[in-house]
Design a protein around this ligand. Structure first.
Ligand code: NDP
Ligand code: HEM
Length: 508
């Protein structure tokens, strides 16, 4: 054994004498079942994968530091924000949504923007996207939506027909579809995009006052995007362009940074906001306009350390929107409420019951609970008599000083229909008219037409009717691009809403 190298052992610690040759009867074989080393090696290989995430399977991540630059303690008692200059260790994982683990990085898709802040009062996970809104407004629709993004059950290929069928029947998706098909739908790297909580969360302060909040992480690298054609040539050369960019930049000591800003709405203003605008402050398909709720600067996030082991640090990372800390709370947004269940459930299935005890997920503060046993309960507390609660043997106890102010919810119980009378058009219109310039609008038309290749006419027309309601120029631009790219000529007047649904049935 070389002096300066550790001794190779079996996983039970016994020295390994030969790690090059199986144990055989004669030089050719057969093998012996007693060759435990070989059996262990092959068996371990069979268990090297865990299921990939059902969405956001392809990802890139790094560790970093969050530093407070502005005092927001009047809104929140969260220790993480308690004083200017305070630093908190954190982890970021960025991802695409639809592609599998081996998918190319430079694909048009929404990007996940998941952050874990290891605060002294527990982990705060900000599990957002690079877009401020989402495709659907009810968690009931999330599995259906994701089915349209994944592979068709028969062809095993992605299906533009399914995507546009769903989107055209769910016009609440228009805002997000417009962003996805705009420049921001294809950033050149994770460093060149913003992150948004998208949902409304809440902050609560030491006096028990609650404020509604949206989190915005603004890139300091600037926004940079690929056109579809540029992305095609990148993917032709490498499928890992995001990994190369993020990992490479941090290895070189060029640390990407984002500025955290928040929009804050006093708790009792939500009703007034709805009366004034017609939009719920908790509708995930809507933003809060900046002129009504200006951005307030909070701090800076810097990514400065590449993980040593991708699997242990990034693949096994598990983010939960339900991981909040005292001073941060939820909101009535039903999408958010659905996610509070979904993520921990996904992690228990994907990486195991005690996923939060894994090093990457483990809080950097003391953890005491009464969960017991199960697969691999490593690191659980060791007081042998305090294994139930209440007990007389010094087990951990609750602390009322962290009690959150009560939410003031009231209403009728039911499956409330929201889609029919909602305004799906004004905010995409503001984006189209006010934010995009002519060149961005042209690229938008081009990208949408490209994504509609092969989609049946009745679906294309139904979607064009929605674009027309956003802005006549939006519909006209896409129609022109469809003609140029696909020779598309149809000009039937499309129905929308229920009439369109009837159209689908007739076509079937
Ligand atoms: P503002 O003019 O104050 O804000 C416009 C926002 O649009 C900026 O935050 C800008 O981001 C962002 N933006 C620029 N290009 C794109 C793009 N291609 N895709 C998505 N966002 C882009 O207007 P309002 O607050 O009144 O919002 C107008 C519209 O802007 C909204 O309807 C919404 O579609 C979009 N928007 C609004 C946001 C909000 O929180 N209010 C956030 C993001 C988009 P940046 O500052 O990074 O340049
Ligand atoms: C990942 C569910 C909406 C952002 C996931 C995962 C599930 C899920 C099951 C995989 C988790 C894992 O295995 O680790 C849902 C449901 C939604 C929803 C049910 C709607 C009801 C959203 C929204 C956002 C979002 C609105 C952003 C605002 C993310 C991100 C990841 C993710 C960033 C990847 C996290 C990581 O990097 O590990 N989602 N999601 N999701 N979701 Fe959602």
């Amino acid at each position: 054994m070389a002096e300066d190298k550790p001794r190779l052992t079996t996983s039970a610690g016994a020295p390994v004498v030969d790690n090059q040759n199986s144990k055989t009867v004669g030089p050719q074989g057969p093998l012996l079942l007693e060759d435990y080393q070989l059996v262990e090696k092959l068996a371990h290989q069979n268990r090297e994968r865990v299921p990939e995430r059902i969405v956001h399977a392809k990802g890139w991540g790094a560790y970093g530091t969050f530093t407070v630059t502005h005092d927001i303690s009047k809104y929140t008692r969260a220790k993480l924000f308690s004083e200017v200059g305070k630093k908190t260790e954190m982890l970021a994982r960025f991802s695409t949504v639809a592609g599998e683990q081996g998918a190319a990085d430079a694909e048009r898709d929404v990007r996940g923007f998941a952050l874990k802040f290891y605060t002294e009062e527990g982990n705060w996970d900000m599990v957002g996207n690079n877009t401020p809104v989402f495709f659907v407004a009810d968690p009931y629709k999330f599995p259906d939506f994701i089915h349209t993004q994944k592979r068709h059950p028969k062809t095993n290929m992605r299906s533009p027909t399914a995507m546009w069928d769903f989107w055209s029947l769910c016009p609440e998706s228009l805002h997000q579809v417009t962003i996805l098909m705009s420049d921001r739908g294809l950033p050149v790297s994770p460093m060149h995009m913003n992150g948004y909580s998208s949902h409304t969360f809440s902050l609560w302060n030491a006096n028990g006052e609650r404020f509604w909040v949206k989190f915005h992480f603004k890139t300091q690298q600037g926004h940079k995007h690929f056109t579809n054609e540029e992305a095609e040539s990148v993917i032709g050369k490498t499928r890992e362009s995001y990994q190369e960019a993020l990992f490479g930049s941090i290895e070189k000591g060029e640390f990407p940074k984002w500025t955290l800003k928040i929009q804050v709405m006093p708790e009792d203003e939500a009703e007034e906001f709805e009366k004034k605008t017609g939009w719920s402050a908790f509708d995930l398909t809507k933003v809060w306009p900046h002129d009504m709720y200006p951005l307030i600067e909070v701090g800076e996030m810097e990514l400065n350390r590449n993980p040593d082991n991708y699997f242990a640090d990034i693949e096994q990372s598990a983010f939960n929107p339900s991981n909040v800390v005292p001073g941060i709370g939820f909101s009535p947004d039903k999408m958010l409420q659905g996610r509070l269940f979904s993520y921990p459930d996904a992690h228990r299935y994907r990486i195991g019951t005690h996923y939060e005890a894994l090093p990457v997920n483990k809080p950097r503060c003391p953890v005491h609970h009464y969960h017991r046993d199960g697969t691999m309960p490593f690191g659980l507390h060791t007081n042998p008599d305090a294994y139930y609660e209440p007990n007389s043997f010094g087990g951990p106890v609750e602390d009322k000083s962290f009690e959150e102010p009560p939410h003031k919810y009231a209403g009728t119980v039911g499956r409330h229909e929201f889609r029919a009378n909602a305004d799906h058009y004004s905010q995409p219109r503001a984006l189209f008219e006010k934010v995009f310039d002519d060149a961005q609008r042209d690229r938008l038309f081009h990208n949408i037409a490209a994504a509609m290749g092969g989609v049946p006419e009745f679906i294309v027309e139904r979607q064009l009717a929605h674009f027309k309601k956003v802005h006549p120029d939006y519909e006209a631009g896409i129609r022109q691009a469809l003609k140029e790219q696909h020779g598309y000529e149809a000009n039937t007047i499309a129905a929308d809403g229920d009439a369109a649904r009837a159209g689908v049935n007739a076509a079937e």
